[in-house]
Design a protein around this ligand. Structure first.
Ligand code: SAM
Length: 245
């Protein structure tokens, strides 16, 4: 299969500029990466779809990668053909919803991980608030109804692909056919909902930060104490941990 760059890499320059200018955004991402790190195992860590490569700031020793050389990653790795090099943990932040062949990716990750190794995905969540927020403020679609067997989705005319509902429909509990998707290679060990109002006030990667960083940090600390029962309806993000059986 030819390599597919389903994400407009030209967007990454803007992302890097915003990253450098916005301590609030960095605080929110530090919390996301910390949540992912807490579920990691072993020492051989690979991140796929690293984009501007900020994982180095939060995941000590991680090897960053992307489908093409973005200029900010350690190496080139295609999510559909991850090399088997004794990886204990594979991280992917906001990548799964750009993969139009999710089962092929899961097979590639399963083959590349050691037994007991973990795949940790942080993704947009199609909760009630997530659908409202992303629908109003994010350019990528969240199309739950389109996610049907055989779970192979066409590229857009410009070669891109995004469906921000992918993780919620395919991998989150109570909502999707997880066994059918993951097969017997995986056991889901965690599914954590997070992120409510701090992230919107950072402006994300495309708008200016809207509040002082101290306010954003305060909101972040507050929302981290909210019960999962609420966050399942309101969270903007879901972190899913799959363990290689
Ligand atoms: C939304 S960006 C996320 C970048 C970074 N993880 C972050 O959160 O800032 C999606 C990334 O996934 C990468 N990607 C898309 N298809 C991929 C594939 N087949 N293999 C590896 N990476 C891929 C894109 O190049 C892009 O860097």
């Amino acid at each position: 299969m030819a390599k597919e760059a389903t994400y407009q890499l030209s967007l990454l320059q803007g992302s890097l500029a915003k990253w450098q200018q916005s301590p609030g955004l960095r605080a929110v991402y530090a919390a996301i990466y910390e949540r992912m790190r807490q579920h990691a195992t072993g020492r051989q860590w690979l991140e796929i779809g690293s984009g501007i490569g900020v994982a180095h700031e939060f995941l000590p020793g991680v090897v960053t990668s992307d489908v093409t050389d973005t200029g900010h990653v350690d190496r080139v790795v295609d999510a559909y053909a991850i090399p088997s090099e004794g990886w204990d943990t594979i991280f992917a932040l906001d990548v799964f919803h750009h993969l139009r062949l999710p089962q092929r990716f899961l097979a590639s990750a399963a083959a590349a991980l050691e037994p007991g190794g973990r795949l940790i995905l942080a993704e947009p969540a199609a909760t009630a608030f997530g659908r409202l927020f992303y629908g109003m403020f994010h350019h990528e679609p969240m199309r739950k109804a389109c996610i049907q067997p055989p779970y192979e989705f066409p590229l857009e005319a410009d070669g891109s692909f995004a469906n921000m509902a992918m993780a919620s429909v395919l991998l989150a509990p109570e909502e999707g056919p997880v066994e059918a998707i993951c097969g017997s290679a995986w056991r889901r060990t965690a599914c954590v909902y997070s992120d409510l109002i701090a992230y919107p006030f950072t402006g994300g990667f495309s708008r200016p930060q809207l509040l002082p960083t101290s306010c954003i940090r305060g909101m972040l600390a507050g929302e981290q104490r909210l019960p999962q029962a609420w966050m399942k309806r309101l969270g903007l993000r879901v972190t899913i941990v799959l363990e290689r059986v």
